[in-house]
Design a protein around this ligand. Structure first.
Ligand code: URA
Length: 203
């Protein structure tokens, strides 16, 4: 039974991958094709209780199809190690599944296009907590789940767990700063480490 449930989740996630690979109407499809990039769907345990949602793939991610595998990923790995969480036990994804040009912020129409795929991933995995990485993921998910906190800045939100009722049950959203912001900012890295500590209870 458990095996069937797992198989079912894997199949549903594979269907998302297939759809995104074929989605020629996506706003970043031509840019992806021209640069021989991949869409970055997500990676990790399909039964994870902890899910991370970042912004959009960078160049390394788009070349390998793996989320957070560049310099921001190294910070994420450090943060996970700080609370003894094995990355293979969590699920990591982004709102926007294709790389926007020049590492620019995702455009509203890109978020609107890709977000339904993220919504489906959340409904399939049914995590207990979603740690949002950066302001775009926090804003999108808090608004999506009708939390009045959606309009607050990431400076106000970070490290404050927000209780949500999802269709599949109770869910906590933990807004965090984006790990890329901590690459050259030790003060922000210390804040991220302190905020991250709250995820230990979901191991
Ligand atoms: N930044 C993100 O938001 N996501 C990635 O996958 C990599 C960098």
């Amino acid at each position: 039974m458990v095996q069937n449930k797992e198989k079912n989740r894997t199949e549903q996630l594979k269907a998302i991958r297939a759809e995104l690979l074929a989605a020629k109407d996506s706003p970043l499809y031509h840019y992806r094709q021209t640069n021989h990039y991949y869409p970055v769907i997500g990676e990790g345990d399909h039964e994870a209780t902890i899910m991370f949602v970042g912004e959009a793939p960078g160049k390394n991610e788009a070349l390998t199809a793996k989320p957070f595998c560049g310099s921001a990923g190294r910070i994420l790995d450090e943060l996970l190690a700080s609370i003894n969480i094995d990355r293979r036990t969590v699920y990591v994804t982004n709102i926007v599944k294709d790389r926007p040009p020049d590492n620019r912020d995702p455009a509203p129409e890109e978020i609107a296009y890709y977000a339904p795929y993220l919504d489906r991933q959340i409904a399939i995995i049914q995590p207990k907590v979603i740690a949002t990485l950066g302001r775009f993921a926090a804003r999108y998910l808090l608004e999506h789940f009708n939390s009045p906190a959606w309009s607050e800045t990431i400076g106000q939100l970070h490290g404050r767990p927000i209780a949500i009722t999802a269709d599949f049950g109770p869910l906590t959203i933990l807004p965090l700063f984006h790990p890329a912001a901590a690459i050259y900012n030790q003060k922000l890295k210390a804040t991220l480490l302190a905020d991250f500590y709250q995820l230990a209870e979901y191991k």
